[in-house]
Design a protein around this ligand. Structure first.
Ligand code: GDP
Ligand code: IMO
Ligand code: MG
Length: 434
């Protein structure tokens, strides 16, 4: 397809190349692997949303690295940015940095970033407990309460963390309120005193001071200077707070549109918006899952794909690939291409199913309904494919068994988006380009 021409008024005369990596399903699609792979040619790698609920795995020469807050471009030694839209737990980021000393990356943290404070973790745990059967199954990292405070305008920002006096002032204002809420609403306590928090967090502020920088300005200027910028998505499209399976979602927007608000740049065409699609579906936590597979087959795919959370270690729920979900994901994100990951995990199955449509109230539908109650009543309709076995040392797409290629080509035809990358193993080198 020829590149789309934008009317002159919408195009920038001088700009760098931009790539977005977006989770198309419920997270854990393999974003970390793809970011690391493509970061080689990037000047900046930018996290624009979510927090350490994310767990992005990169495997290079058999060695595994797990990222929660650091952009996955760190291994490639890039300038890594944490933009305003991120919820940042400084305890976690410090630990992460201490494990990455062998790599020569730079780090820039936007002053507007919201800080996850100890009460956010406590409120996450207590509110989940209070929800009982209706619990979301959060990662327990304080994400929801931190973003709630941002909206409530009581959050603490990075620029306040790194300035002792401002941190003190903010603690004086916020701590007593959170303590009261924990006690009165949840019959719980703070577990840590205001003085202890000040001591620990002012030291963290001191540690992080050197990384302060206006990421909004940096990214805008870098693009103008013709530099290459990569935007690393976290979570997945159906965990989006508005367009996911609300309330079983996260508290941010993992969709591509939030790059602009999360980083603080003007709306512009992003050359490559890559939807990361796992060759089947997984989900951690509660909420509807139309093409879910229970029983032995689900268990065997979970084992083969090592589908246990990078962040919490929880077993991930497993299901067949869902084209209704992906069609809607394409609409919400505007993917220019897709990367299909974990195709090797389906090795050895006699038959593979793909959900092509849902049946709802006797009608066939091919887009996700907006109402979660409708979604719960959707029944998956499947098309079956012959199984395959991918040779271990496959080097090119053309070397894949015909049945595997049929599977890949069916998906791109149905979604009308090219699959440019096929991943057949966790390692950087286990990747086929088309
Ligand atoms: P992310 O959150 O989207 O970055 O994904 P995670 O890192 O949470 O989960 C993906 C898991 O699958 C990680 O353990 C990766 O190392 C692994 N992985 C990525 N691509 C492939 C692949 O093509 N095949 C296999 N077998 N594993 C993969
Ligand atoms: P990456 O970036 C998978 C899920 C949680 C829960 C819901 C809300 O690794 O793909 P939260 O702690 O955000 O309030 O939990 O969202 N969730 C993820 N699931 N991958 C993720 O990130 C996730 N981040 C949050 O399991 O269902
Ligand atoms: Mg993950």
């Amino acid at each position: 397809m020829p590149a789309k021409q934008f009317p002159k008024a919408f195009s920038r005369s001088e700009k760098g190349f931009s790539i977005a990596v977006i989770g198309s399903q419920y997270g854990d699609e393999g974003k970390g692997k793809v970011v690391d792979l493509l970061a080689e040619k990037a000047d900046l790698v930018v996290r624009f949303g979510g927090g350490n609920n994310a767990g992005h795995t990169v495997v290079v020469k058999g060695k595994k690295y797990k990222f929660h807050l650091m952009p996955s471009g760190a291994i490639q030694g890039k300038k890594c940015c944490i933009a305003a839209g991120v919820a940042l737990d400084p305890r976690v980021l410090k630990q992460e940095l201490e494990q990455l000393t062998e790599f020569k990356f730079a780090l820039v943290i936007d002053p507007r970033v919201q800080i996850i404070m100890p009460w956010h973790n406590l409120l996450d745990a207590t509110s989940e407990q209070a929800k009982g059967k209706q619990k979301i199954g959060t990662t327990g990292r304080g994400i929801g309460p931190c973003y709630a405070d941002r909206a409530d305008r009581t959050g603490i920002r990075f620029v306040e963390l790194i300035e002792r006096e401002r941190l003190k002032e903010r603690l004086e204002a916020v701590f007593p309120i959170k303590e009261k809420i924990l006690k009165a609403v949840y019959n719980s306590g703070m577990e840590i005193s205001k003085e202890q928090i000040f001591k620990e967090y002012s030291a963290l502020g001191e540690y992080f001071k050197q990384y302060l920088g206006d990421v909004s300005l940096l990214v805008s200027d870098s693009l103008k200077q013709g530099k290459n910028v990569m935007f690393e998505g976290a979570q997945g499209t159906f965990l989006d707070i508005d367009f996911g399976t609300y309330p079983y979602v996260t508290s941010s927007h993992p969709t591509a549109g939030s790059i602009f608000t999360g980083v603080g740049i003007g709306v512009m065409p992003i050359e490559r918006v890559i939807g990361i699609v796992k060759a089947y579906t997984t989900r951690v936590g509660s909420g509807p899952f139309v093409a879910e597979l229970e029983g032995k087959l689900g268990d065997s795919i979970r084992e083969a794909g090592a589908e246990f959370g990078t962040t919490t270690g929880r077993p991930r729920r497993v299901g067949w690939l869902d084209l209704v979900l992906l069609r809607t994901s394409q609409r919400l994100n505007g993917f220019t291409e897709m990367a299909l990951t974990k195709l090797d995990v389906l090795n050895g199955l006699d038959e593979i199913s793909v959900c092509t449509e849902y049946e709802l109230g006797g009608k066939r539908i091919n887009e996700r309904p907006a109402d979660i109650e409708d979604l719960k009543n959707c029944r998956p309709l499947f098309k079956k494919f012959k199984g395959f076995s991918i040779p271990k040392d496959v080097k090119a797409y053309s070397e894949l068994p015909e049945e595997a290629r049929q599977y890949v080509e069916f998906i791109e035809k149905e979604l009308n988006v090219p699959i440019k990358i096929v991943s057949v193993g966790p390692d950087r080198k286990e990747t086929l380009f088309r």
